[in-house]
Each structure stands twice: as structure tokens, then as C-alpha cells.
Design a protein around this ligand. Structure first.
Ligand code: NAD
Length: 266
């Protein structure tokens, strides 16, 4: 589906973390379709180069590859500085990288819990810190969008680390938004529900499992990555200049608690 706008981000410089597939890739594509130069972060250079080949060329210059592990301080310092240098600035940061490992909570491995916290929480804090410092030093009124999850508020049994990390993300967004609102920096989150991305293909491709997932969603279908990109670009654009500190749930109504569609409690 083509981008609904054409030049909304012409001349803008964007950094997307976790851009090698899924929602990050769709978001990078949407920004580039609307004219932005996009620095693509991920850990594997070849995958990022393959994504870059799908992006339209823009007048600002080539979309830079910003390889690095978003949970590692030295990587983040380097890749943020390089992205800013190559693009000649930065206007929008999208903290998208994240992952989950399932386990009954009584068996959760410390390394798995800490791994999710490292990528999903530290991997948001570090790029935010580096980019905000650059914006403050240069008087830039930039904007940050963090990819959270409906599990920021809906508990997810067997996903303790993931739920905890997304809860933390909600408070990172609210804290940064309050701290920097007076200096023109906006910070928001999107919280997707169940989205068709590479990590979900096992249930997407299984008709029974797909039906089971869809039955819990009031709109009766999972979302597409481009529908999350729609919300992320809205929060980055001139359309949302008075919005900060918010989490926008993009979930087909999942956080409306669809099981209450027919009243069973009274
Ligand atoms: P995905 O696994 O398809 O993509 C995640 C991206 O992050 C990949 O490019 C991966 O390489 C990258 N990444 C992971 N660890 C990294 C690290 N340490 N450093 C740099 N990059 C790293 O996942 P997705 O489904 O596109 O999810 C993207 C975001 O959306 C995540 O934060 C996820 O929690 C959130 N989300 C997804 C869904 C869904 O249903 N797919 C629902 C709610 C929230």
C-alpha cells in the first residue's frame, strides 16, 4: 500500500533501531517514502543493506547503515554519532528494537530476563540519552517514538521479562516527555497488539492458531506492520505537535478487553 502522504518528512533525518525486518523495516520504508533520510540500525549489516535496497532514494543522500547492538553503550554512542555525521543532523529517533523469550515465571533464566531488560529497556534509554544530548547542545526540537506493546498494561503470563520491560518503557516515555517538554522535545510511544511480522509467522501461517489469535481481537484480525508505521509517523509529524508523554495503542481494540464484548460478569 502506498504512503498516504508524499513529502511530509522531506529534508528530515531519522534513526530507526531494529530496522532489519518487521515493524522497524516498515517504519523505515514509510519515512523514506515520505522523503526522509533514514539511518538503519540492526546487528547484521547484510540484512540492513537488503532493507536499504527497498527504500526509495531521497534528496538528502544515501540512507546510512548504523550497525550495532542497541543494548551496548559503546555501540550506541558510535552509531548515533555516525548517523548524525553522515546525515548532517537528526530530527526523529524511533526506538523499535525489542524481543521476547517465553518461560513459566518459576523457571525464568536470569540471563533471559536480563537480556530482555538490556535490549527492551537499556536499548531505549541509551539512544534516547545520546540523541537528547545532541538536541540540547544544538537547540533542536526533535521527537522520539518508542515501540512499546499492549503488554505495557496487559499482563502476559510466561512473558514476565517482556511485560516488565514494556511497563518500564511506558515510564521512560512519560519521564523523558516531562523532563524535556519545556525544551520542545516530544517523546511518545506506540503500543502494538498482535502484528504480522517475521517473529509471528508460526501462528500467522497456521489457520487454527490464526483463528484463535483473531478471536481475541475486537477487530477480528491481527495488524500489519505498516499500520504501526502509520502511527509512528503520525507521532513524528507536524500532525501531532501538541502530543507528548502518551502511549498510542494500535491494537484493533485489544486493550478494550474483547472478552467483555458480550457481558458475562453481571
Ligand atoms: P522483529 O523481531 O521482527 O524485529 C525486531 C528488530 O530488532 C530486528 O530487526 C532485530 O534484529 C532487532 N534487534 C533485536 N535486538 C537488537 C539489538 N540488541 N540491537 C539492535 N537491534 C536489535 O520484531 P517486530 O515484531 O518487528 O517488533 C518490533 C518491536 O515491536 C519490538 O520492540 C516489539 O516488542 C514490538 N512489538 C511487536 C509486536 C508484534 O506483534 N510483532 C507486538 C507488540 C510490540
Amino acid at each position: 500500500m502506498p504512503a498516504p502522504y508524499k513529502d511530509r518528512f522531506a529534508g528530515k533525518k531519522v534513526l530507526v533501531t531494529g530496522a532489519s525486518q518487521g515493524i522497524g523495516e516498515a517504519t523505515a520504508l514509510r519515512f523514506a517514502e515520505e522523503g526522509a533520510q533514514v539511518a538503519l540500525n540492526g546487528r547484521k549489516e547484510d540484512k540492513l543493506i537488503a532493507v536499504r535496497e527497498k527504500l526509495p532514494k531521497v534528496s538528502g543522500g544515501e540512507h546510512p547503515i548504523a550497525t550495532g547492538d542497541i543494548s551496548k553503550e559503546e555501540d550506541v554512542k558510535r552509531l548515533v554519532a555516525e548517523s548524525i555525521k553522515v546525515m548532517g543532523g537528526l530530527d526523529v529517533l524511533v526506538c523499535n528494537a525489542g524481543y521476547q523469550i517465553p518461560s513459566p515465571s518459576e523457571d525464568i533464566k536470569l540471563e533471559d530476563f536480563e537480556g530482555m531488560m538490556a535490549v527492551n529497556v537499556t536499548g531505549v534509554m541509551l539512544p534516547c540519552r545520546e540523541v537528547i544530548r545532541y538536541w540540547l547542545e544544538n537547540g533542536i526540537k526533535g521527537t522520539i517514538i518508542v515501540n512499546s506493546s499492549v503488554h505495557q498494561i496487559i499482563p502476559k503470563p510466561h512473558y514476565l521479562g517482556y511485560s516488565a520491560s514494556k511497563g518500564a518503557v511506558g515510564n521512560i516515555v512519560r519521564t523523558l516527555a516531562l523532563e524535556y517538554a519545556g525544551r520542545g522535545i516530544r517523546v511518545n510511544a506506540v503500543a502494538p497488539g498482535a502484528i504480522v511480522t517475521p517473529i509471528n509467522m508460526s501462528w500467522v501461517n497456521d489457520p487454527e492458531q490464526y483463528k484463535a489469535v483473531a478471536s481475541h481481537i475486537p477487530m477480528k484480525r491481527p495488524g500489519e506492520s505498516r499500520e504501526i508505521a502509520d502511527a509512528i509517523t503520525f507521532l513524528a509529524a507536524e500532525d501531532s505537535t501538541y502530543i507528548t508523554g502518551q502511549t498510542l495503542y494500535v491494537d484493533g481494540g485489544l486493550t478494550l478487553y474483547g472478552d467483555f464484548e458480550k457481558n458475562w460478569s453481571s
